[in-house]
Design a binder for this molecule. Structure first.
Ligand code: RB5
Length: 154
């Protein structure tokens, strides 16, 4: 079951940093359009077109926003989401989850306190990607035994 904390959003909108490479650019653009209509503050860290770029450069931009507390959470999109997750998870304090459906995304928040969602434009359709994103933004971490397990990662 999804846990939502509406009071948090009423007082302080979540700040979300988005980043993609060329293979994730179109999905990023569409998700940004959807999210900007809702009560979130969005930072677009690029890329800004479909010219080929290297995904670690954009993972780095988003990760730094999260680690420096300029963003509450990050969203990284490439062809599969895999390279972005690999790059982001090199950083202590980043818990990047590559998700392909709503259940994975729900668990990534409830059990893993994921602070970065990685999506693949070539492997999820826009509707599923949107559902994953909303789940990522609206689901709270359950804490308890899951916090103990996260502590062991770091
Ligand atoms: C780019 O062709 C592709 O390799 C990249 O977007 C990503 O899927 C890597 O994980």
């Amino acid at each position: 079951m999804m846990t939502v904390n509406p009071s948090f959003h009423e007082t302080q909108p979540l700040v979300i940093a988005f980043g993609s490479d060329h293979a994730g650019f179109l999905l990023k653009k569409r998700l940004l359009n959807l999210v900007e209509k809702q009560k979130y503050v969005v930072i677009d860290c690029g890329t800004m077109d479909q010219h080929p770029v290297d995904y670690p450069d954009f993972a780095e931009r988003v990760v730094q926003k999260v680690l420096n507390h300029q963003a509450d959470r990050g969203v990284l999109i490439c062809g599969t989401g895999i390279g972005m997750a690999m790059a982001a998870n090199r950083h202590r304090g980043i818990r990047a989850a590559c998700c392909y459906d709503v259940y994975q995304t729900l668990m990534a928040r409830q059990h893993n306190d994921a602070n970065v969602l990685c999506l693949g434009e070539r492997v999820v359709d826009e509707k599923m990607a949107h559902q994953c994103l909303i789940t990522f933004l609206q689901t709270e971490f359950e804490g308890g035994r899951h916090q103990r397990r996260l502590d062991k990662i770091d």
